[in-house]
Design a protein around this ligand. Structure first.
Ligand code: KG4
Ligand code: ZN
Length: 380
């Protein structure tokens, strides 16, 4: 079976093709077109710009994905189809590009179209969903709506066999839009046991980078600055809070941490806050504070629920220091627990994770493409 997956939930336009043979999964292509440069000057993702960029990028990304999967075949037809236009009535620019594409290329040999429907930025999600609906209608292929959070969890099975996974599992999804702990009883059987009450961990890193004037996205820049901090004798000795770390629930809160960074910066002379040593130490401390809380709460949940597996996912799981510390702590405190984290490349948003997720839910695919809707606040 072959799946075409589409992901446009935030600032990456991504399309992947997956092939399954006797439950062996192979990613044939996974094209990710980042809009970072567009949003950089605003210091964060601007939903209307994301929508515009997805409209521009989807067809070129689809062509690249099909090409890399060796599934792009030329054709020549003329389309006079008002229904196709109707599905993309709000994305006129995309409609024109898609019509041209469908006139030039044959229907690829796919069995299913998967698309992210939430949770994320509504205007961005709609572009991908309407694009998937137009393709589902025109190619007469079933469509499957996918939860982005589940995608981050199941990204682990792009390369690892699912048969190795033992339940119950504790999943930590930590990204720019979401931070939560999920108890997983089987595929599709999830219970969110804790989530962030305000900012997500990635959002805190992005905002910290903004306060320090480091650019966007903050996570990778903060990580880079943190590794450069070497001067242990530094006079600053910044100490930030570890919000909610010892509270008996599994919720998180990271907005106070960002505010603590802001207050520290405001309490100093502007000239001092521009110094490399200060920036590096602040980055190291904010990253440490986030990692401390994430590890403490995840391990506590794993122990309480007697988890046989601990699974990580989401953009912040790409953080090298977090990966190093998690591995060491699990090895020490839960040596019998099966521990999984996706390859760095599959932590941040990509369509391969959506393709894999849809593979596990293929029975839920529908030909009723008209009914597919976005849900910006979708729960797992
Ligand atoms: O999963 P993702 O790509 O998008 C959402 O679903 O939100 O996560 C993006 C978040 C951003 O906040 C970004 O700063 C953070 O992941 N991030 C990182 C790293 N790479 C991306 N945070 C820490 N270290 C990284 N290496
Ligand atoms: Zn994500």
């Amino acid at each position: 079976m072959r799946i075409l997956a589409i992901e446009t939930s935030c600032d990456e336009t991504s399309i992947a093709l997956l092939e399954s043979k006797n439950s062996h999964l192979k990613i044939l292509s996974n094209i990710v077109s980042s809009q970072v440069k567009i949003h950089q000057k605003w210091g964060g993702v601007v939903p209307t710009l994301a929508k515009r960029e997805h409209q521009k990028n989807l067809v070129p990304v689809l062509i690249k994905a099909l090409e890399e999967a060796r599934m792009l075949r030329k054709s020549k037809v003329t389309i006079k189809n008002s229904k196709l236009k109707e599905t993309l009535v709000r994305e006129e620019h995309l409609y024109k590009k898609l019509k041209k594409f469908l006139e030039q290329y044959q229907k690829p040999k796919i069995d299913l179209i998967a698309v992210t429907i939430g949770p994320a930025l509504e205007p961005a999600l709609w572009v991908g969903v309407n694009f998937a609906k137009a393709l589902s209608y025109f190619w007469q292929k079933p469509i499957l709506p996918v939860n982005h959070i589940e995608g981050h969890i199941l990204a682990n099975f792009i390369q690892n066999p699912i048969s190795d996974l033992q339940f119950p599992a504790i999943c930590l999804v930590v990204s720019g839009g979401h931070t939560g702990l999920i108890l997983m009883k089987d595929i599709g059987g999830y219970k969110e046991i804790g989530e962030t009450r305000d900012d997500a961990a990635g959002e805190c890193l992005d905002k910290t980078a903004r306060i320090l004037g480091l650019g966007y996205p903050g996570g990778p820049i903060v990580a880079k600055m943190a590794t450069k901090f070497k001067n242990q004798k530094s006079k600053i000795k910044i100490k930030l809070p570890r919000p909610m770390i010892y509270q008996k629930n599994y919720d998180f809160s990271f907005s106070g941490l960002k505010t603590a960074v802001l207050y520290k910066v405001r309490s100093m002379k502007p000239r001092e806050t521009k110094k490399k040593e200060f920036i590096r130490e602040m980055c190291r401390e904010v990253q440490r504070a986030i990692i401390d809380v994430l590890i403490y709460k995840t391990l506590r949940a794993a122990k309480e629920f007697r988890a046989k597996s601990v699974i990580l996912g989401g953009g912040v799981a790409a953080n090298e220091e977090l990966r190093r510390q998690f591995k060491a702590r699990i090895r020490k405190e839960l040596p019998k627990t099966y521990y999984l984290i996706p390859k760095t490349y599959f932590c941040t948003d990509n369509a391969a994770m959506i393709a894999v997720t849809s593979y596990f839910h293929q029975k839920e695919a529908t030909k009723n493409w008209q009914k597919i809707k976005v849900n910006a606040n979708l729960k797992i």
